[in-house]
Design a protein around this ligand. Structure first.
Ligand SMILES: [Zn+2]
Length: 110
């Protein structure tokens, strides 16, 4: 995947994330109306919405970081070990900052 393709995919991901974050956060009126109608299920809805915002925000940060690496010429290399991130991994997750080995190490640390 060349830089131009990566940038295009990252920018469209960013747009989509912005849109869904906007939808998830930008509609407090309907959330209030739902909670008045059915206070019991609203907590679950609110929790689910918050979790979705959380995931989308984290992914947005990863996409922005990937775009920055594109600008700086470090895109496609693992931020930890500096090795080339395999093409297939970038195809699946253009925002990936690490190779599979380093990523699983980071995830185990959590
Ligand atoms: Zn690595």
């Amino acid at each position: 995947m060349d830089d131009a393709t990566a940038r295009m995919r990252l920018e469209s991901m960013l747009e989509e994330l912005d849109r869904s974050i906007g939808v998830l956060t930008g509609d407090p009126v309907s959330v209030r109306e739902r909670s008045a109608a059915d206070a019991g299920s609203d907590l679950t809805d609110a929790d689910r919405t918050r979790a979705m915002i959380d995931v989308a925000t984290r992914q947005r940060t990863a996409v922005l970081a990937a775009l920055k690496r594109l600008d700086e010429g470090g895109y496609g290399r693992c931020v930890d070990c500096g090795k080339i991130v395999p093409e297939g991994r970038l195809e699946a997750r253009p925002e990936a900052a690490r190779c599979v080995q380093c990523q699983s190490r980071v995830e185990r640390r959590r």
